[in-house]
Design a binder for this molecule. Structure first.
Ligand SMILES: *Cc1c(COP(=O)(O)O)cnc(C)c1O
Length: 385
């Protein structure tokens, strides 16, 4: 069957998210060189917009890495950790464990703070570890754990880390660009996301923000950063001094710039309300079928990834396959939650009534259920009123 490039597909996955129309349009711009003055001007705007999105210090360093969110994660450990350093990782899901794995590969002595699946990391458990581990170099935490739909209490953890001398690295992949993020105010030293999550740009660039404190720690390294490609000094060569380091994906910069401007034009508070409203409407529509929130405590629920426990006896694989045939992609659980939950993406352009109304109509059809669309619409209007 030939692949029809222009067929409509309803992408409800927790990344990638549907591409923003302005980003798609920007992708059609003719190629420019990565050293072109126009590209440097565009990069300066991207850097300024990223300062706003992350809430950095006024002159905080921001940049795009040429890779996905995982490269943002890896660059933090590669630049800010040296072999033998003590690193504390909050690991209550797949992405927290990925952080621990990376820290270990860069030679860190990794200490873990865990939590049961579906629960947030407890600040008191972080405090205990902070007291036990001497000369801690870094604390790393995933803000929104995509694998379980859990929001970790980053501001509270940041407050504990402040004053210990350790750097704080935060995975902001499911939060920055959709929910308010206050890097400087909270005391975060390194933050990253992926273009294809909350900003609905194409995958392939990872926006990062690095605090002055992190840059000076980096400057005091005993050994060069093992990851040449994302060495902070190399990033500054290109992004600040405008000298060649490597060829950046210029057309992804065009698209990212357009998507980020669209997000800032809309405003984080408006985006946050959009997520909440659509999320609440989904829950109202699906609860009578036996779906329930997977994350027990409301304050631990990540708004941008709605994790729903499936009704007893629900044919997870069969229903998602039937949806896929109808051009709708829904993501199930990972590892221990496979077959137990669905993870509905509410990042970027996925957090709109249209695509979820399409899901409700398709579920009425697939499950032989009634009233889903009506309940969904009623809940949306209820919020508006
Ligand atoms: C998606 C995701 C990543 C990894 O991003 P990729 O773009 O897939 O490399 C890291 N952390 C979290 C929380 C994510 O959701």
């Amino acid at each position: 069957m030939p692949l029809d490039a222009f067929r409509e597909h309803v992408l409800l996955t927790p990344g990638p998210t549907p591409i923003h129309p302005r980003a798609l349009q920007a992708m059609t711009r003719p190629m420019l060189g990565h050293m072109d003055p126009e590209v440097f001007a565009l990069n300066r705007e991207i850097q300024a917009d990223l300062r706003v999105m992350y809430g950095t210090e006024p002159e905080g360093f921001t940049a795009l890495l040429a890779g996905t969110g995982s490269l943002g994660m890896e660059a933090g450990f590669a630049n800010l950790v040296e072999a033998g350093d003590e690193v504390l990782v909050c690991a209550n899901g797949s992405f927290g464990r990925r952080m621990a794995e990376m820290a270990a590969r860069y030679g860190a002595r990794v200490h873990l703070v865990t939590a049961p699946l579906g629960e947030a990391v407890r600040p008191e458990d972080v405090a205990t570890q902070l007291e036990m581990v001497q000369d801690l170099r870094m604390v790393a935490v995933v803000h929104g754990e995509t694998s379980t739909g859990v929001l970790n209490p980053v501001p509270e953890i940041a407050e504990l880390v402040r004053g210990t001398g350790a750097l704080l690295a935060v995975d902001a992949v499911t939060t920055a660009g959709m929910e308010p993020f206050h890097m400087a105010e909270w005391g975060v030293d390194y933050a990253y996301t992926g273009a294809q999550k909350c900003l609905s740009a194409p995958p392939g660039v990872a926006p990062v923000a690095i605090s002055d404190r992190a840059l000076s720690r980096y400057g005091a390294r005993h050994t060069p950063t093992p990851l040449w490609y994302c060495d902070f000094e190399g990033l500054r060569d290109y992004w600040t001094r405008h000298t060649y380091h490597h060829t950046v994906p210029v057309n992804l910069h065009f698209a990212f710039h357009a998507a980020l401007q669209a997000a800032l034009d809309e405003g984080m508070e408006t985006r946050q309300r959009r997520v909440q409203r659509v999320g609440d409407a989904i829950l109202s529509a699906l609860t009578p079928l036996g779906f329930s929130p997977y994350v027990r405590r409301p304050q631990d629920r990540l708004p941008t990834v709605l994790a729903l426990r499936l009704p007893d006896g629900f044919d997870d694989a069969g229903v998602r396959q039937a949806l896929r045939v109808r051009e709708i992609s829904v993501t199930g659980g990972l590892g221990p939650t496979a077959g137990v939950i669905w993870r509905l993406g509410l990042m970027g352009e996925a957090a709109r009534p249209g695509p979820y109304r399409t899901l409700m109509a398709a579920l009425e059809d697939v499950l032989g259920a009634r009233g889903l669309v009506a309940r969904f619409d009623e809940a949306l209007e209820g919020v508006l009123a």
